[in-house]
Structure formats: C-alpha cells, structure tokens
Design a protein around this ligand. Structure first.
Ligand SMILES: Cc1cc2nc3c(=O)[nH]c(=O)nc-3n(C[C@H](O)[C@H](O)[C@H](O)COP(=O)(O)OP(=O)(O)OC[C@H]3O[C@@H](n4cnc5c(N)ncnc54)[C@H](O)[C@@H]3O)c2cc1C
Length: 361
C-alpha cells in the first residue's frame, strides 16, 4: 500500500494533522493502536486556547465546538483565602479560552474523517517505522491479524509519549530532557453543576485544587496528591470533603453529585530533540509532554499539527522551498521549551506554597 503521509496515532495531534492535510488535497493513512471507543472516551484535556479553536474551526472541525463549547473570558486564581479574576479577553484584546473536552474533539475529527471515507485504522499492532533516512519510508503493522506494509512520502509520529515513532531517531541523535514531579493530580469527573462559571486555580496550604467543567451539568475537578496515590483510598465522600477544604471562600458552595470517573495522573515534563529525523516528524506528546498543570499539552500538539500540515503538503506537492521542513523544528521546538519553562515555573510556585499538601495521608 502507498500513501502520501503516514500518520501514527489518532489523538488530537494526528487527527488534526490528517484533517489539515485533507484540506490541502493530500492523502494520508492514520494508524491507531487502540479501539475507537477507547480513544473517544479517554478523558484528559478540556481547556482550549484561542489558537486551537481557530485551527479546528478553520479545518472544518469546529461546528459542534462552536455550538457546545463554553467560552470563558477570564479565569480565577485563588490564594491566601481570596479569589481573584484575571480578565483574559480584556487583557488580550478579545481572545478567550473555550471549555470543550478532548474526547469531543477526538469524536468530531474521527466522525469527519470516516464520513469522508478516508483511511483510519483502529487496533493496529506491532507498528514500526523503517527507512526514514531514505525517500521512501515505510510503516509496517498488523491489522485484523494480517501483516501490512505502508509506503509513504513522509511519516508523522503523533503517537504520544509511549509511541514508537521516536525510536526511528537513532540513539546518539536523539536527546531527551526529563522532569518527574513529586506529586500527581487526582482528577474527578462529576455529574454536578459547576458552582463557578470559569476555571479556578486554587493554591492552599493543603495542596493545589482546580475547579473546571465540561458542561453546565458536569464538573471536572482536580486535587494535588502524591504521584503514587492509591485512588482506592479516595472514596467519593473524602474527595468532596478535601475539595471543599481547599476551594472554600466566603459565599462559595461546591455542588456535589455522582462521581463518574476518578484517576491519578503523575506529573512529568519531557522534551525530545530533534523533532525530525529524515522523513519522520514528531508532533504532540511524541515530542514533548507538558504536565497538565499548564493546560498546554493538547494545545501545543494541535499547534504542531498546524505548523506541520501545510509544510508537509507543500513538500509532497513539490512546491516547498529548500529548508522549509527544517523550519518545523526551528519554530516548534522553542514553543515546546517555552511551555515547559512556564509549567516548571507553576510547579515551583506550587511547591513553595504547598509543602504541607504533599504530606497528605
Ligand atoms: C489529566 C490530564 C489533563 C490534561 N489537561 C490538559 C488541558 O487542559 N489542556 C491541554 O492542552 N492539555 C491537557 N492535557 C494533555 C493532553 O491530554 C495531551 O497533551 C494530548 O492528549 C496530546 O495529544 P497527542 O495527539 O499528541 O497524543 P495522545 O493524545 O497521547 O495520542 C496519541 C495516540 O497514539 C496512539 N498510539 C500510541 N502508540 C501507538 C502505536 N505504536 N501505534 C499506533 N498508535 C499508537 C495512542 O493510543 C493515542 O491514541 C492533559 C493530560 C492529562 C493526562
């Protein structure tokens, strides 16, 4: 089989890239290790920056996002027992953030792709990328029990932190930067009307807490905890009590409701260098992982796809000026590093103010 761009991974980065390539008339095949149901229900990001919204709308994937996304013109910062509002739109000349779950973005992009009849294969196994230094890279994989080989002009590794595309960059060429943080986030999805209309970041002596939402009926809530925290030790009642203790300010009541999901995410930052080797390009979490503290991982991944899409299209068509593909790394690597520094700054602030919170339990 042949395609112009082989894309490994059907997360936000891979699906956005596939959509942008299609808009340029470029064929791609998307290969995903998990089932459609799994990727459509993997609860993660939900805060979209203006650039992400513009990209998705511009790519023709923003119809439901515009209808159902909840626009926030500001955020709350709570510390010292007081809540302060940062008026984002006022400060940025009209830009806003939009609350719309990563699950919904993935569902929208998958539906559009499958409706158009474009290839997207779920539950592929044994994916490996070969010959990336040649002008005919290949992806081998097993689909529905049969070994397959896909010849490509270019390969996009959008397969997240645990993916295989990074392995196509030889040892000695690949440099990796790590930071493991000594805390995690206990994330909760609750069928409870958000009591506050905007996202609120709370810094308290007991540890950090985040009040967020997914819809007018569903709250997304986070508690700072240990990275190896056993979620089994957090019955619903304990979660609500701890949230109340951390987010309480005079006049504010947290609405309670059934908890539909809870899980602990360890915090880690990671950057790989280079983001390109020969004809393989890394985008999204495959190239850089930002701890959810900054709410930037998906936004950065979609930014990568936006930057890469038209450059791959120009290259496949033979229109690219020499060196165009090199600008992907030149432009996106500093963004990855900047986000990392910002997240790290947030980490240091949290650490300085919430040491007591780390000793929970
Ligand atoms: C709790 C939590 C909250 C977050 N909140 C935010 C937020 O508010 N804002 C924000 O911007 N970001 C947030 N993030 C980060 C965001 O979710 C990620 O940055 C985003 O999912 C990255 O998208 P991606 O497409 O690069 O990778 P992924 O979403 O990881 O997708 C990669 C895909 O590749 C597939 N894959 C892996 N290996 C293979 C293989 N060998 N073959 C084929 N397919 C493979 C995977 O199954 C997956 O579907 C959060 C993350 C967490 C954990």
């Amino acid at each position: 089989m042949r395609t112009q761009v082989g894309i490994v991974g059907a997360g936000p980065a891979g699906l956005t890239l596939a959509r942008l390539l299609r808009a340029e008339g470029i064929e791609s095949v998307v290969l995903e290790a998990r089932s459609r149901d799994y990727v459509e229900h993997r609860i993660r990001a939900g805060v979209l920056e203006q650039g992400t919204v513009d990209t998705l709308v511009g790519a023709g994937a923003g119809e439901r996002l515009r209808r159902e996304g909840i626009v926030h013109h500001g955020i709350g910062l709570q510390f010292g027992g007081e809540r302060h509002r940062v008026p984002l739109s006022e400060l940025t000349g009209g830009a806003a953030i939009v609350i719309y779950g990563q699950t919904e973005i993935v569902k929208d992009l998958i539906a559009i792709r499958l409706d158009a009849g474009d290839p997207l294969h779920f539950e592929v196994e044994d994916v490996a990328v070969h010959d990336v230094e040649s002008d005919r890279p290949r992806i081998t994989y097993v689909h529905e029990g049969r070994p397959q080989e896909l010849e490509c002009d270019l390969v996009a590794g959008c397969d997240g932190f645990h993916g295989v595309c990074r392995e196509a960059i030889p040892a000695g060429v690949l440099t990796e930067f790590w930071r493991e943080y000594p805390y995690g986030w206990l994330g909760v999805l609750a069928h409870a009307a958000p009591a506050h209309g905007e996202v609120v970041y709370c810094n308290t002596e007991r540890g950090f807490a985040l009040l967020s939402l997914r819809s007018p009926e569903v709250s997304r809530l986070y508690l700072q905890c240990r990275p190896d925290e056993d979620v089994g030790e957090w019955p619903d009642e304990r979660i609500w009590e701890e949230l109340e203790a951390r987010v309480a300010v005079p006049g504010y009541t947290l609405n309670r409701g059934p908890i539909a999901e809870k899980g602990v995410t360890g915090m880690r930052s990671y950057v790989a260098e280079p983001m390109r080797h020969g004809r393989v390009f890394l985008a999204g979490d495959a190239a850089h992982v930002h701890s959810p503290v900054g709410g930037q991982g998906m936004n950065t991944g979609i930014g990568d796809a936006m930057n890469l899409g038209w450059k791959l299209a120009a290259t496949v068509r033979g229109w690219a000026r020499p060196g165009l593909l090199d600008t992907y790394e030149q432009e996106r690597h500093p963004v990855g590093e900047m986000v990392l520094r910002m997240t790290d700054g947030a980490y240091k602030l949290v650490m300085a103010r919430t040491r007591a919170g780390l000793a929970l339990r």
